[in-house]
Design a protein around this ligand. Structure first.
Ligand SMILES: NC(=O)c1ccc[n+]([C@@H]2O[C@H](COP(=O)([O-])OP(=O)(O)OC[C@H]3O[C@@H](n4cnc5c(N)ncnc54)[C@H](OP(=O)(O)O)[C@@H]3O)[C@@H](O)[C@H]2O)c1
Length: 381
């Protein structure tokens, strides 16, 4: 049987990832300065930045993976105009197709532009996925795992920032019958109201709509951030002590800031997966692009589909993530040896000792106990 080839379209998130993708040394990039670099990469066409051959899943199935760089920073994706940016993303997908890829996986902002892969799928003859179904499934699994760990049995208030988005709305639907109050945030209030009405029509949960993040997160036991915002948008002081915060956004737009300033909440970057071939990768580019064995859910979904030979537009368009699809991709992921990644934030994983400490103190009501006091997870230096 022909080995499936998957292509991951990646874009740099910062100077460090740009250095890994291009091979240009970071100190040289830093000396050139971000503004000049951005001008330069805006003229640079997509290119292949590396290739992994014969990576194996738990079932022994092998696939090849190529990395296609779409060299634009997140703020360039948001500011250079849809036609130009979509043009670059389509060019990346066409390059993948030319190199023999059987499926295109859209990483980070390359799916946010172009209606979650719909526009790209129309431009190429191979399937495309945004990876959002598995990402939503992993975010949900991460929150449920965090709840078990901290022995949080009931969610009185659940806040979703970016609730009308593809991942946010899937999480809103899932948690709507598992909380007393779902507080939803987005800028477009008309869209938000429609979502709230839809949820309220089939669930008894109280649903509230907010433009201000601080209103929604005040008193929330669990918060998920799945926005396409480029900067930190959370009001950190408004977080309830011992809240669970899952940040799915890329670049992470609240997790690192929360970890830096609040040591009494469990905050992690969600939507990350362990992969079955971690020890097969010797390629330094892949090794340094992502934390060890915590691969973005979007990439992981495409890999699962490739291992399974399920070559279809699995996740494209907004609002199409169903519970059945989440269940399917989670089952396929399990079959091929993909699992929820360990809790990660900033640039480190939480250690077993950190997690034990959190579990011990999670239900302690003493305000003087700061549950992450001893955490070594986040490098505060
Ligand atoms: N961790 C992973 O592996 C992984 C995988 C795939 C995607 N992602 C990331 O997940 C995030 C969401 O992706 P998506 O595809 O669901 O995006 P999306 O469909 O475009 O949704 C974005 C949501 O964020 C809201 N939003 C944007 N800016 C906001 C702001 N300043 N304040 C409040 N809400 C804001 C949007 O509503 P309004 O425009 O109305 O505000 C919308 O509800 C992105 O950062 C993406 O890169 C991560």
């Amino acid at each position: 049987m022909k080995k499936v080839k998957a292509a991951f379209i990646a874009h740099p998130l910062n100077l460090s990832t740009l250095s890994v993708i291009t091979g240009w040394p970071q100190p040289i990039l830093a000396s050139i300065g971000m503004n000049r670099i951005k001008k330069y990469i805006a003229r640079k066409r997509p290119f292949i930045f590396n290739e992994l051959t014969g990576i194996r899943s738990k079932t022994g199935t092998q696939i090849d993976l190529i990395g296609v760089a779409c060299p634009l920073m997140p703020d360039q994706m948001a500011s250079l105009g849809t036609d130009f940016v979509l043009g670059r993303i389509v060019e990346s997908a066409k390059l993948a197709q030319k190199k023999g890829a059987d499926i295109v996986i859209l990483g980070g902002f390359t799916s946010v532009i172009g209606n979650e892969g719909e526009d790209v799928a129309r431009a190429v003859h191979i399937p495309v996925t945004s990876g959002n179904t598995f990402t939503a499934g992993l975010a949900i699994q991460g929150i449920e795992t965090a709840m078990k760990m901290t022995r949080l049995k009931n969610i009185d208030k659940f806040a979703i920032i970016g609730a009308t988005g593809d991942i946010g709305s899937a999480c809103a639907n899932y948690f709507s019958d598992k909380t007393n109050h779902l507080a939803c945030v987005a800028r477009d209030q008309e869209k938000l109201l429609k979502l709230a009405e839809k949820i309220a029509s089939s669930h008894s949960t109280k649903v509230s709509c907010h433009r201000k993040v601080s209103e929604a997160v005040t008193g929330a036991d669990v918060i998920i951030s799945a926005t396409s915002a480029l900067t930190t948008i959370i009001d950190i002081d408004a977080l309830k002590p011992r809240a669970i915060v899952c940040d799915v956004a890329l670049p992470a737009n609240i997790a690192r800031e929360v970890a830096r300033k609040r040591n009494d909440v469990l905050v992690f970057e969600g939507g990350l997966s362990k992969v079955p071939f971690n020890d097969q990768i010797v390629d330094m580019k892949w090794r340094t692009l992502m934390p060890s064995n915590a691969v973005y859910g979007c990439l992981a979904e495409g890999l699962v589909l490739a291992f399974e030979g399920l070559l279809e537009n699995f996740s494209i368009g907004r609002g199409n993530i169903s519970q059945d699809k989440i269940t399917l991709i989670m089952e396929l992921a399990k079959k091929h040896g993909f699992d929820l990644s360990d809790f990660f934030c900033g640039d480190k994983f939480y250690s077993d000792a950190d997690l034990k400490f959190i579990a011990q103190h999670a239900n302690d009501d003493s305000p003087s106990i700061q549950i992450q006091e001893r955490l070594v997870a986040y490098d505060r230096a």
